[in-house]
Design a protein. Structure first.
Length: 347
């Protein structure tokens, strides 16, 4: 059965703009559920350049992508947002009660009056190895992410890739898999040096395998992989027996299922107005790099501004019978109580 949730606002994308939207919405007592295809918050900042310095965040002369993410998470903690990681927003539909219902590719169903698309340049999609017939095995015995470790327990597992994801899962899977073999096209890795050292030690101890080469083919039947064909420079063609294959070839950005939501699009971006940042559908907003309007600047700080204006209209939709009072966090004791920085004198 599908897991069902009800909230005020669904935010698609847990990057900086999506996280700051939680703050602006939280100040108005609107609860949020966030859906992101990655296994952690931060979007591009955390996934692609966690240590890269950012110089144009107000009041921060320099801050890394990961530090910015951590600060935003600290800022929104009082509002207790609910995260659904490793999920893709697959479809939406309008309900008879006027709310939107969103379903993820993992069967999670969330109902809310408002949807905010804060998906940056789109969804992070896995880069797939150019192996013929690979699609026949996807989701059955070939995977591009780990959602449940038990899927790999007691299996002969081949992991392909040379980055942190590949090395981390080699180390995590080695104790539970029947066997683990890492395949990479060269004997040089982009992962954390400590992870590489631990991997090489396991190889030396005979607790896992390492093959330097390119995967060229896959054998099996009925969605079940049985072996991979690997071309190496030193050993020629090899056949690696396996029952599970994990490929970590990196990520690419695509608009994904959002393109099928029925919204007006402009060159794979979502046009919005500049008053509310609402899309062509009432109740659906787009903020950050994924939206388009005259004069748009693809900057994080621009997305923060868009989140603030979006939240005002979201309140009107979610609380049609309540009056919106604009308040400053510097002077409003009500907002300060919500943030946990002022005592409730009535208590």
């Amino acid at each position: 059965m599908s897991e069902k949730h009800t909230t005020d606002v669904i935010i698609i994308g847990a990057g900086p703009c999506g996280l700051f939207a939680v703050f602006e919405l939280g100040l108005l007592d609107l609860k949020c559920h966030l859906v992101d295809i990655l296994d952690k918050p931060g979007g591009q900042c955390a996934e692609l350049y966690p240590e890269k310095p950012i110089y144009d965040i107000p009041a921060w002369p320099v801050i890394s992508g990961q530090d910015l993410t951590d600060r935003l998470l600290e800022q929104i903690a009082p509002f207790n947002p609910q995260f659904h990681y490793q999920q893709m927003a697959e479809s939406i539909q309008k309900l008879d009660n006027g709310n939107w219902e969103m379903t993820t590719d993992q069967g999670i169903v969330i109902e809310a009056p408002v949807i905010v698309i804060a998906a940056g340049g789109g969804s992070f999609m896995p880069k797939k190895p150019p192996i013929p017939e690979l699609k026949r095995y996807e989701g059955e015995s070939v995977f591009y992410a780990v959602r449940k470790m038990d899927v790999f327990k007691d299996h002969d597992l081949v992991i392909a890739g040379g980055g942190d994801s590949a090395l981390d899962w080699c180390l995590n899977m080695q104790p539970i898999a029947k066997s683990v073999t890492l395949v990479h096209r060269r004997d040089d890795f982009r992962a954390a040096p400590d992870s590489v050292l631990k991997m090489r030690k396991l190889v030396e101890q005979g607790k896992m395998g390492l093959v330097i080469g390119d995967i060229k083919g896959i054998d099996g039947a009925d969605g079940q992989v049985e072996a991979l064909q690997v071309k190496t420079k030193t050993q020629g063609e090899l056949e690696l027996k396996c029952s599970r294959f994990l490929a970590f070839y990196g990520l690419t950005m695509k608009l994904g299922p959002v393109a099928d939501f029925g919204l007006n699009l402009h060159e794979n971006l979502i046009p919005v107005d500049t008053e509310k940042f609402q899309t062509s559908e009432a109740g659906i907003f787009a903020i950050g790099d994924i939206n388009h309007y005259p004069g748009k600047l693809k900057l994080i700080l621009s997305g923060f501004h868009e989140a603030a204006l979006m939240a005002q209209e979201a309140f009107r939709i979610c609380r049609p019978n309540e009056k919106l009072r604009f308040q400053y966090t510097t002077s409003s004791s009500d907002l300060q109580k919500k943030l946990g920085v002022a005592e409730d004198k009535a208590a």
